[in-house]
Design a protein around this ligand. Structure first.
Ligand code: BDP
Length: 719
């Protein structure tokens, strides 16, 4: 009787959700699911081709290749066997062995470089074999993942002839993770690094993290927050860092650390951190030598200096170059790199914020040591939903610049909005700087080809945490994925990447793939409309950055306030960065600077970024007044989110119920928050325009005052 009651209760509790409690995909496996291939013919064909494999060695990296192949092929084909070369359908080889095979089949292994690979199907004796060949073992690992992707996306192996090597050398995640496991701007649980239990306790999650990164070519990780805790450089923590580095090494991933510039004082007992002081230099040298004792392939340092209260060389009257070079010379003997951030702005400068990074770094061009990269955020302000590219890209021919993208969704809905960042990254990378005439894209600056730099890099601020699905939202896994794919190949299309990600993560059904890919491709534009249409920016809640707050006007620094950025008044709205205003356009090359100087030739998506325009200014594409267009975009954005939700709902039954349900719950929040943004912003700006919400549009539910009163002291991710 008791049991019948319990079972009944369970049915009532869980039956309502429609899915059983444990049966489903919770997202942990990311895009490396390797579920069985149901098509019998295809499975049999693949099995014949690659289920027996040969590895050319038994190093740690070859071991993980073998493990991944066994796991993946058993999963997809229900069979996998490591055999000798003559029996194998698949040969994975690196180094001399790969060179010999390449020569025999007249393949050019040089084209694979240090990290790339060839994946070919060749006639070998009287058998057809699939070969993954690389100069290095990590190249063979990347090639293995490339081959597996072919199976995961159900593409044929016959006649494969793929040559690939990364265009960018350093492809790194930046974790803004604190030592107490709080993640600054993190919305997916705590930090995955359990510092307290390291170095002894090594979660399987660390291995799966490395696998996921290696599968998309990420080869570095900065473990800790740019707002760095100096304790990371103490022996106690270096032991822990070493444990992670040891785990990641077979996967080709190097570990880097964010360092606090004043560490010599804070943990070294010195009374200065002046980069030109000899004791300071010696302290860093000794510290770096010590790190390399622990971690022979340590990657180097990431530094946020003289920015948002962080210490830096400026505190001692020195330049960013002097600060960076001091660290660079300590790292150089070991082959380490300094990634020095250009995200600097200071109130005292009395210069408009968007111009400051350029003003500070352009004069330092050519003054940095060879092992320094300057890391620049994609836009001139701060990871806004949309920004024009930073004018620093193209402005420093003698200094290699790294791209810094934000993968975590600080300004794009935390972890509850359906936003694929591929199109945004693509928009930035394909933008033309005109630094050396037409075709001088940001991608070519970043990959070093425009100025023939000898190093290159791309960083992404990670969206990873302890949530089972890693990123707090299944769809946002695609942003981690696309970051890696674009760091390997900055020319790849966002759409192609979306297609392959959907196939590996959600479904290989062509209709599902087409629907979700289409949703992903439009999602960024939609979200920009819901938050900051027409080039508006920085009008989110103060501090936590959650929700709309264009009214913020009382923070300590002018350029922390929303009103500084939108400048709405009775006359109009927008920031005049043209020559009649702060002349930020002067930092761009011609003909872009002339184009952006004139509202008539400024792309509408950046209109209010560069111009303050009257409320009745006529918008070219629609013929509407600026006010009507603004309202139209906010309403359209919110409607489009609703339509996205309906599109998602149409997939019910087509994808895994747990995945489906997770996204559905988040979509509900996205819909609500899009309405909130719309209502709050339209009511707020209406005070200035004094114009009506056009007929036929529903009026906001609450008053402006009510929206302004909403408060979220415990919103996640705060700094
Ligand atoms: C801002 C974040 C802040 C970061 C800062 C940075 O709000 O938490 O510390 O960027 O990049 O967007 O240093």
């Amino acid at each position: 009787m008791k049991y019948i009651f319990l079972i009944g209760l369970l049915l009532i509790t869980y039956g309502a959700a429609g899915a059983s409690i444990i049966d489903g995909e919770d997202g942990y496996r990311l895009w490396l699911k390797y579920d069985p291939i149901n098509d019998d013919d295809l499975r049999a064909t693949y099995a014949k081709q690659v289920s027996s494999f040969y590895l050319s060695g038994d190093s740690d990296t070859m071991k993980v290749i073998g493990e991944e192949l066994a796991f993946a092929l058993n999963g997809m084909l229900s069979q996998a066997k490591q055999v000798n070369a003559s029996q194998a359908g698949l040969i994975v080889a690196a180094g001399d062995k790969a060179n010999a095979l390449a020569a025999r089949h007249k393949l050019d292994l040089k084209a694979a470089g240090d990290e790339g690979y060839l994946v070919y199907q060749v006639q070998h004796g009287n058998a057809e074999k699939v070969m993954v060949l690389a100069n290095t073992e990590v190249g063979a690992l990347y090639g293995t993942y490339r081959l597996l992707r072919q199976l995961q996306t159900r593409q044929p192996l016959a006649d494969m002839a793929i040559v690939s090597q990364p265009d960018i050398q350093l492809r790194v995640l930046n974790h803004w993770d604190n030592l107490d496991r709080h993640v600054e701007r993190g919305y997916a649980g705590e930090s995955i690094w359990d510092w307290h239990k390291l170095p002894d306790y090594r979660y399987q999650r660390y291995v799966d993290y490395a696998r996921a990164n290696a599968s998309i070519g990420i080869n570095g990780t900065v473990l800790n927050n740019v707002n760095a805790d100096p304790l990371i450089l103490t022996d106690h923590y270096l032991e822990k860092v070493k444990a992670l580095a040891d785990m990641f090494r077979p996967y080709g991933i190097k570990v880097y650390l964010s360092v606090k510039f004043s560490s010599p004082q804070l943990v070294g007992g010195l009374d200065t951190s002046d980069p030109l002081d000899e004791d300071v230099q010696q302290w860093w040298q000794a510290k770096v030598d010590d790190i390399y004792e622990h971690i022979p392939d340590f990657g180097g340092f990431l530094v946020k200096a003289n920015s948002e209260g962080q210490p830096g060389p400026g505190d001692f009257g020195r330049t960013h170059a002097e600060g960076a070079n001091m660290l660079a010379s300590a790292l150089a003997p070991h082959g380490g790199t300094v990634m020095w951030r250009a995200f600097v702005y200071a109130n005292e400068k009395n210069e408009e914020r968007s111009k400051q990074a350029y003003s500070e770094f352009k004069p330092l061009d050519g003054k940095f040591d060879d092992n320094v990269l300057v890391q620049v955020k994609n836009g001139p302000i701060d990871f806004q939903p949309r920004e024009p590219f930073s004018p620093l890209f193209g402005a420093t021919p003698e200094t290699p610049l790294m791209m810094e993208f934000q993968i975590t969704m600080e300004y794009l809905g935390f972890s509850t909005h359906f936003v694929y960042l591929g199109p945004m990254y693509e928009e930035v990378l394909s933008a033309d700087t005109y630094a050396r005439g037409e075709g001088s894209t940001v991608a070519k600056v970043i990959d070093g080809s425009l100025f023939d730099n000898n190093t290159s890099g791309m960083a992404g601020v990670a969206n990873i945490g302890t949530d089972r699905n890693w990123t707090g939202h299944i769809i946002l896994q695609s942003n981690w994925y696309v970051f890696g794919r674009m760091a390997w190949n900055p020319q790849i299309s966002a759409e192609q990447v979306a297609d392959e990600w959907v196939r590996m993560t959600l479904s290989n059904d062509n209709e599902v793939v087409a629907t979700v890919t289409e949703m992903m491709m439009k999602s960024h534009e939609i979200t920009v409309n819901t938050m900051t249409p027409l080039g508006l920016h920085h009008i989110m809640g103060a501090g936590h950055h959650y929700g709309p707050a264009p009214w913020v006007d009382s923070l300590g620094r002018a350029d922390w306030n929303s009103v500084y950025y939108h400048r709405a008044d009775d006359e109009g709205i927008g920031f005049d960065r043209s020559p009649s205003g702060v002349n930020a356009v002067e930092q761009y090359f011609s003909p872009l600077k002339e184009q952006l100087a004139d509202p008539a030739t400024t792309p509408e998506k950046y209109l209010l970024w560069f111009h303050h325009l009257p409320w009745d200014y006529q918008i070219k594409s629609s013929g509407r007044t600026l006010w009507d267009e603004l309202v139209h975009r906010y309403y359209k954005g919110a409607n489009d989110v609703k339509a996205l939700e309906q599109q998602w709902d149409s997939l019910k039954g087509e994808i895994d119920p747990l995945q489906f349900h997770q996204v559905q719950m988040a979509m509900d929040i996205h819909v609500k928050e899009a309405l909130w943004w719309r209502n709050a912003c339209v009511l707020y700006f209406q005070q200035f325009s004094d114009m009506p919400i056009p007929d036929g549009l529903p009026k906001p539910e609450k008053s402006l005052k009510q929206y302004q009163k909403m408060s979220f002291p415990h919103a996640p991710g705060q700094g």
